[in-house]
Each structure stands twice: as C-alpha cells, then as structure tokens.
Design a protein around this ligand. Sequence first.
Ligand SMILES: CC(C)(COP(=O)(O)OP(=O)(O)OC[C@H]1O[C@@H](n2cnc3c(N)ncnc32)[C@H](O)[C@@H]1OP(=O)(O)O)[C@@H](O)C(=O)NCCC(=O)NCCS
Length: 131
Amino acid sequence: MMQDQLPAGLIPTLRIPAMPKDVNNGGSIFGGWVMSYVDIAGSIPAELRAMGRIVTRAVQAFEFKKPVYVGDLVSFYAHVIKEGRTSVTVQVDVYAQRIKQGIVETVLVTDAILIYVAIDEKGHPRPLPPL
Ligand SMILES: CC(C)(COP(=O)(O)OP(=O)(O)OC[C@H]1O[C@@H](n2cnc3c(N)ncnc32)[C@H](O)[C@@H]1OP(=O)(O)O)[C@@H](O)C(=O)NCCC(=O)NCCS
C-alpha cells in the first residue's frame, strides 16, 4: 500500500500525541484540536521572521484530509511561503503516525495556509524587519 512520508530532512515544528480527552462524538480527534496546534505551529516561523509579536490575521485554506485517532503521534511542519509588508503567510502540513501490526503508518491528515501580521506595542501592523 502506498503511504505518505514525513518530509525528508525537515524537523517538525511541533509534535504531540493525540489523547482520549481530544476525541469528538464520532471517535476521532476533534477538528478544533488540530486547528489550535496548526495555529501555534504556524506562529513559530512567523514570529521568527517578524522578530517579535504577531497575530493570526486570516486562515486562507484549511483542509482536513484524513482523520486523526487517539494514540496517533501528530507532527506539524510549518514554513513561510510568502512575505508582504507586514504579513507572513505560512503553510502548515500535519502528519499522523500510528503503529499498526508492527509497522509505522504515516498519513498526511491536514494542510493549511495562515496569514500572520507583525504588530507593534499598540497592536498596530508594523513592517517586517529586513532579512
Ligand atoms: C492584525 C491587525 C492588527 C491588522 O490590522 P488591519 O487594519 O487589518 O491591517 P491591514 O489591513 O493593513 O492588513 C495587514 C496585513 O494583513 C494582510 N491581510 C489583511 N486581511 C487579510 C486577509 N483576509 N487575507 C490575507 N491577508 C490579509 C494585508 O494584506 C496586510 O499585509 P501586507 O502589509 O503584508 O500587505 C487587526 O486586523 C487585528 O488586530 N486583528 C485581530 C487579530 C487577532 O486577534 N488574532 C487572533 C484571533 S483569536
């Protein structure tokens, strides 16, 4: 069977196991749990690029491709795909890994694109610093 692979040579921005407390009525993991960690993971490269405070401004795309189950090890890979004057656009790819009959199965479960804005001490947009 063809299966997804973790992105080669990249270190995940976040890794966390899915717990029983995060299950929805249908038995898989609540979408809001995934969304929350996607936002946290995405904010990490955005904050590093902005060299300071940022806020989430918009979610441009968010697709739950496959379910996440209790016990899955969930890895979030976040990287900057676009920069504007004050905004940073980040792609987040989420993989679940589960052990089935002695084999680690890897599944691309979610991908998303989020826009963060660098803000100053008054909460107003500020230009990104030069690289
Ligand atoms: C972030 C905030 C300070 C921006 O203020 P604003 O008046 O919208 O600022 P602007 O219209 O100048 O937009 C700022 C940047 O965001 C981008 N942007 C705004 N709305 C966008 C959208 N819907 N999609 C993509 N980009 C968007 C603009 O293009 C601009 O980018 P650029 O400077 O790189 O060209 C303000 O919207 C805010 O405080 N929002 C709430 C943030 C928050 O609390 N997030 C957590 C939610 S719980």
